[in-house]
Design a protein around this ligand. Structure first.
Ligand SMILES: Nc1ncnc2c1ncn2[C@@H]1O[C@H](COP(=O)(O)OP(=O)(O)O)[C@@H](O)[C@H]1O
Ligand SMILES: O=C(CO)[C@@H](O)[C@H](O)COP(=O)(O)O
Length: 479
């Protein structure tokens, strides 16, 4: 391994299933060392994780990076969005964090939309119509179901804030992650006092919103971490905003991310406000906007179907009449929080491989339905879709996206774009450079382009038909 040409920076991705850390040469983008450690998520009624596990996973991932992490001059954390972290007066979690894919707060979401002016008013004020993923609905759920936990809460954080604060000792967040709470006003770029008062959350419990490019703090002395005391800490951001930095995205280029969540998004110069709620009007970590649609069921749901069938995830066969809506966790796009998975069209000659392909088709259909909605009128609709996230490595995912989108697909060779985006942000606070320009200099989006194929309109129409016909069942759920 040759010596680094520039200072070293650390980028972290603390997502739903694991925490990954990269030590990167800020001059070239070369990955000098990496580490990864898993987390557990509860199953059953909700989706929860103990934030202390994220910290332990961060320490483990950094230790795997060895001496390189110790030499780093700056660090930044990208993390799963929306999760509600409640801390007591000692900074310890009051209870496990409620995660983005916990749909128990769907009734609170409906109620808050109604009580605070309806969907259009919400979209104009906060950029988004909140669904069960948004932090504000989780806080309302907690107030209703565990008032003692709310009373014990002395600080409210998002997942990336929690880890950043454990590094610096200061409560901070950034505009990208704050925009997914539902209590951040997109027009004024500040906490929305009316919403906070309505849900009984004291603004003093919230972190300071650090500006893009500003230093959030420095690493305080810690025996657990390989960092040197005084290492700069960048603002960090939500994982989708971090990946958009990591790709060096310019406005109008579409991204499709296949991880625990499926997301489709693009950077925009215009502040989004979609009153249908399909597109969340997030801020990015850069000063622009990140209109985004998200599904709850992506790689984990399809892997679960493969496991049920006893098949390898690549063992797909072409489908004719089978439809599978893989809404194992309920769904957010379309907004069906009570839904469960639905299989239609089974015949004696249907094979397991066809059922598996139908699961991929169902997962991708939801994302592609939102693709045009996240793009500005002036976006280039023939540009290749950038395909990222763990699923982008899989041939079945790649072929399904190609066939159902009818677009060329580019698969960046860089695997960890969230962690790379965080590293680019860390490099930015160190050198004063624009982090997206850092990522472009690192050439992170480079990768093979798979040509466009004819769009499979028949499959898209069949899935849309089943979705529409099954609406009452999907809305009702199984309880
Ligand atoms: N080679 C592969 N082919 C298809 N899917 C893969 C491959 N490698 C990883 N995955 C999927 O990627 C997922 C993890 O993706 P990742 O983007 O890291 O998730 P998250 O950020 O939500 O924790 C796993 O659920 C797994 O199904
Ligand atoms: O809720 C959203 C976006 O709004 C999700 O994209 C989460 O941010 C979780 O991301 P992954 O763990 O799937 O990367």
């Amino acid at each position: 391994m040759s010596a680094a040409e520039g200072p070293l920076v650390v980028g972290v991705d603390t997502s739903t299933q694991s925490t990954k850390a990269l030590v990167v040469d800020a001059a070239t983008g070369r990955i000098v060392a990496s580490g990864q450690a898993p987390h557990t998520v509860s199953s059953g009624a909700g989706r929860e994780s103990d934030p202390r596990q994220w910290w332990e996973a961060l320490c483990e991932a950094l230790h795997q990076c060895g001496d390189a992490a110790h030499e780093a001059a700056a660090v930044s954390i990208g993390g799963q969005q929306h999760g509600l972290v409640t801390l007591d007066e000692r900074g310890e979690p009051v209870r496990p964090a409620l995660l983005w894919n916990d749909v128990r707060s769907a009734p609170q979401a409906r109620r808050l939309i109604e009580e605070l002016g309806g969907p259009k008013a919400w979209a104009e004020r906060t950029g988004s119509v909140p669904g069960a993923s948004f932090t504000v609905t989780k806080w309302a759920w907690l107030a209703e179901h565990e008032p003692e936990a709310v009373r014990a809460t002395k600080a409210v954080r998002l997942p990336h804030d929690y880890l950043t604060e454990r590094l610096t000792g200061q409560g901070t967040t950034d505009r990208g992650d704050a925009s997914g709470t539902g209590w951040w006003a997109a027009g004024t770029e500040s906490y929305d006092q009316e919403t906070l008062a309505h849900v009984g959350l004291d603004p003093a419990l919230l972190p300071r919103v650090v500006r893009p490019g500003e230093v959030a703090g420095t690493v305080r002395g810690s025996h657990e971490l390989p960092f040197s005391k005084g290492t700069l800490v960048a603002p960090g951001t939500g994982d989708n905003a971090a990946a958009s930095l990591g790709l060096g995205l310019r406005p109008g280029t579409p991204v499709l991310s296949l991880g625990t969540s499926g997301t489709v998004y693009a950077v925009s110069r215009r502040r989004p406000a979609d009153p249908t709620g399909t597109v969340a009007g997030f801020a990015d970590a850069h000063g622009d906007w990140l209109p985004l649609a998200c599904t709850l069921n992506c790689t984990l749901a399809v892997d679960r179907v493969a496991a049920l069938l006893g098949l390898d995830r690549e063992a797909v066969e072409p489908v004719t009449g089978v439809t599978l809506l893989p809404y194992l966790d309920g769904e957010r796009t379309p907004n069906l929080p009570n839904a469960s998975g639905l299989l239609h069209g089974l015949r004696h000659d249907t094979t397991g491989g066809q059922v598996l392909q139908a699961a991929y088709d169902g997962a991708v259909h939801s994302l592609l339905g939102a693709l045009d909605l996240v793009l500005d009128e002036d976006a280039d609709r023939s540009a290749p879709l950038l395909l990222i996230g763990g699923g982008a490595r899989g041939a079945a995912w790649q072929q399904t996206v190609r066939r159902l989108s009818g677009r060329a697909v580019q698969v960046p060779e860089a695997k960890e774009l969230v962690a790379l985006g965080a590293a680019a942000q860390a490099a930015g606070v160190l050198t004063g450079e624009d982090p997206a320009a850092v990522a472009r200099r690192w050439n992170t989006a480079a990768g093979p382009v798979l040509d466009a194929v004819e769009r499979d309109e028949e499959t898209l129409a069949r899935i849309a038909g089943v979705l529409s016909d099954a609406a009452p069942l999907l809305e009702r759920g199984t309880d």
